[in-house]
Design a protein around this ligand. Structure first.
Ligand SMILES: [Zn+2]
Length: 292
């Protein structure tokens, strides 16, 4: 058994775990007695092949660690792993939250609402670390105003019961005008159909390339047989070429025809995908702009 603490491991935690603590199962690589010779270094009188006679080996172990509330990114906790003296260190890594951002011990979130909601006032559901909370928006709340939910932030320090606040910012967002939505959809449709057309042209090239190769007559000229070679559906007249040479020419012609086919089909697929994206985008991006 060694006194060193082995390598530290990362322990990713979401904001909820940082705020409230709890238990986590951690897997760590830690050295301990060899599983084959149980630390003796000998296997039936010979040097143990598992540990090279050293008596110890690194294996993956599982341990449960208790987390106190108020941990922060970079804090270390000790994982009580069997084997290494003093356990193994785990370094806390804060996971990004999709809606809440940390500001010291305070948390911030932004809620998009229609301008009318701010003008008239409303009661909105807000996601917090403590679950959904109803928040009353007063009549005539200005765009960008912030409301403070006391005590719904993160603990002010490690192990502390005292918590910061959750600051909720309201942002007025006007839904896109119908004509903007229609224009975006029409532009997307045009791109989509151009893409489909190019794809069809490309596939036609590919089909004709393969068709020409399949129908190319290949024959061996002799004293009695007159050989007429047809490549790409075009008669190339009599030939003095061997069957292998004719085949090579037919293959070459096929590849040359395939190149524009692949290019057209590729551009077609790209445009079609872009058109589909444009048709959907009006909702996600263009469709929403800040109401000023
Ligand atoms: Zn061993």
């Amino acid at each position: 058994m060694t006194g060193d603490r082995n390598g530290a491991v990362d322990l990713p935690l979401d904001l909820e775990a940082l705020a409230f603590g709890g238990e986590r199962t951690v897997r760590v690589d830690a050295s301990g007695p060899c599983v084959n010779c149980e630390g003796s270094g000998l296997d039936e009188g010979e040097t143990c092949a598992f540990c090279d006679g050293g008596g110890s080996m690194v294996t993956e172990r599982e341990a449960t660690v208790r987390l106190e509330p108020g941990l922060a990114d970079g804090d270390t906790v000790t994982v009580p792993v069997e084997g290494p003296e003093g356990g193994v260190l785990a370094i806390v890594r804060e996971r990004r939250d999709p809606t809440l951002t940390r500001d010291g011990s305070d948390l911030r979130t932004v809620i998009d609402v229609e301008p009318e909601t701010l003008e008239r006032g409303d009661v909105l559901d807000v996601d917090t670390l403590d679950g959904e909370v109803e928040l009353r928006v007063p009549q005539g709340t200005p765009d960008g105003a912030e409301l403070r939910l006391i005590g719904l932030g993160l603990p002010v320090s490690r192990g502390s019961d005292e918590r910061g606040d959750l600051l909720v910012e309201f942002r007025a967002i006007r839904p896109a005008a119908p004509e903007t939505v229609r224009a975006a959809r029409e532009r997307g449709s045009a791109t989509l159909w151009a893409g489909v057309l190019l794809l069809v042209v490309g596939l036609a090239f590919l089909a004709s390339a393969i068709g020409a190769r399949v129908s190319a007559d290949i024959c061996e000229p002799s004293a009695t047989i007159r050989c007429v070679v047809v490549v790409d559906g075009v008669s190339r007249g009599e030939t003095r070429l061997s069957a292998d040479e004719q085949r090579a020419r037919a293959n070459g012609a096929m590849v040359l025809t395939m190149i524009p086919g692949v290019v057209f089909a590729g551009i077609g697929v790209h445009l079609a995908a872009k058109g589909m994206r444009q048709r959907g985008e009006h909702r996600a991006e263009e469709g929403q702009r800040r109401a000023d």
